[in-house]
Design a binder for this molecule. Structure first.
Ligand code: SME
Length: 166
């Protein structure tokens, strides 16, 4: 299988979508597929310093839900983020992709790596429930375009189709 030899800031997203299907083919395990997916993204897109999953778990205290870190590439990150907090928790609570051109201007942004300047967080929705998010950080301001958002959303749809969540 062919993986792009050089990281690209304008990747061929239709090709990447096929690469997701190819990398995950024959395996539906969540931990394995999440690790493979984050490695593919981190190895293919230019100018990233973090890429990975947070998965929905019950909050430790009281009611509500948290996001717990899953497979990722980059520096160690915050382990647990309550729904509604930070960029990740906001994307999960609002069930929509959030693109942040400058994280320092996002109220409540959680700084896990001081190198991060822009971020995109895409919620993972399965049977009407937010089961997690995929988070990508970049040291470059305004790194993520509409083309990136649409391409990454399609790659994650392929990830969801190829993975069991039960
Ligand atoms: N910046 C995120 C926290 C996760 S790290 O970037 C890996 C946020 O504000 O939710």
């Amino acid at each position: 299988m062919h993986i792009n030899p050089e990281r690209s800031s304008r990747p061929d997203y239709p090709l990447l979508e096929r690469q997701v299907e190819s990398v995950l083919e024959g395996e539906r395990n969540l931990m394995a597929n999440a690790a493979q997916f984050s490695a593919l993204v981190y190895d293919t897109l230019a100018d990233l310093n973090w890429a990975g999953f947070y998965f929905t778990v019950p909050a430790r205290k009281g009611e509500g839900k948290d996001l717990l870190v899953g497979a990722f590439q980059g520096k160690p990150a915050c382990a647990r983020i309550p729904f509604g907090r930070g960029v990740c928790g906001t994307a999960a609570a609002e069930r929509k992709t959030i693109v942040v051109p400058d994280v320092h201007a996002f109220p409540g942004h959680i700084a896990c790596d001081s190198a991060s300047n822009s971020e995109i967080v895409i919620p993972l929705v399965k049977d009407g429930e937010v089961v997690g998010v995929f988070d990508i950080d970049s040291p470059q301001l305004n790194r993520f375009s509409d083309e990136d958002r649409e391409g990454l959303e399609r790659m994650l749809a392929a990830f969801m189709d190829g993975t069991d969540f039960s």
